[in-house]
Design a protein around this ligand. Structure first.
Ligand SMILES: NC(=O)c1ccc[n+]([C@@H]2O[C@H](COP(=O)([O-])OP(=O)(O)OC[C@H]3O[C@@H](n4cnc5c(N)ncnc54)[C@H](OP(=O)(O)O)[C@@H]3O)[C@@H](O)[C@H]2O)c1
Length: 254
């Protein structure tokens, strides 16, 4: 299937996940979508059909929201923001086109997502790297979930793998059913770690790691003072410093 329908490969389930029924005389493929990585809004069992007419492929689904010749739009639920002044009150649940994996990306089905309120003040939530408006944008940049598709050239991760990590500040984020993220920004999530725990770790954990090991460079036996040790960053720094063999002293407001 991948070799024949290259443009479909990024959307498809893992090799062998779906039963492909062929009808050569009609030059039509019908693919049951129960195992498709994207969830479907309706209760009936959707089918994705690829029909050949001459040199043209027509891709259609039984629950297609919008159709053009040669193009199907597969949707997902996502939270978007469009109004910078509205704050969190402007966060709206909508249907959005599901993301496709670019080179070196994976698509992750999001099981848990981390959102930081201050994201709505970050310029990257509203504009791309050329400072162009990119709304409606999907906030949330921490995630834990399962890989459902690989982009061209992606290595190091596989379909079905549990992962956690960070998404690019300037790309659509994780308050959505699916997200496209560079594989290098993800790490395998051990089977014994809940998705919610995994999604809570990346930003505060990496902040603590950076402060502690890239700037502080503690040696075993040294003393480390962690301010705000009961907070998100402080609790990570405390555990990491202890793990590195430091003597840890903690401070907090109360
Ligand atoms: N969370 C992140 O991923 C992240 C990323 C980058 C940068 N930061 C920055 O890192 C800092 C901590 O963030 P956080 O997310 O860990 O915040 P947090 O979860 O709200 O924790 C803040 C901690 O600071 C303590 N604290 C507050 N006022 C204090 C005072 N006057 N003296 C001593 N301790 C005080 C609090 O003590 P109590 O527990 O007693 O209230 C609490 O333990 C912030 O400046 C934040 O902007 C955070």
């Amino acid at each position: 299937m991948r070799s024949v329908f290259g443009s479909f490969a990024a959307w498809g389930p893992g090799d062998g996940d779906a039963t492909v029924q062929t009808a050569p005389s009609a030059r039509t493929l019908s693919i049951p979508c129960e195992n498709h990585p994207f969830r479907w809004a309706g209760s009936d069992s959707p089918t994705l059909s690829i029909k050949g007419t001459g040199n043209t492929l027509i891709v259609a689904t039984s629950q297609q929201k919008k159709s053009q010749m040669g193009e199907a739009t597969i949707t997902m639920k996502a939270i978007v923001v469009t109004d910078r002044a509205a704050g969190t009150a402007g966060m709206t649940l909508v249907e959005r086109p599901a993301p496709q994996a670019a080179i070196n990306d994976v698509i992750v089905q999001v099981h848990a997502s981390g959102f930081v309120g201050t994201e709505l003040a970050w310029p990257s939530t509203w504009t791309d790297r050329l400072d162009r408006d990119r709304t409606p944008s999907i906030p949330g940049h921490e995630l834990a979930g399962v890989v459902t598709a690989l982009g061209y050239g992606t290595t190091g991760l596989s379909v079905g793998q549990r992962v956690f990590g960070l998404t690019d500040w300037h790309r659509d984020g994780t308050l959505a059913e699916y997200v496209a993220v560079e594989a290098r920004n993800l790490a395998p999530l051990p089977g014994g770690v809940d998705f919610t725990v995994g999604a809570s770790l990346p930003i505060s954990g990496l902040t603590a790691w950076q402060g502690l090991f890239e700037h502080g460079r503690p040696q075993a036996g040294q003393s480390v003072l962690v301010h705000g040790a009961a907070g998100a960053v402080g609790s990570m720094a405390t555990q990491l410093a202890r793990e590195a063999g430091a003597y840890v002293s903690c401070g907090s407001e109360h």
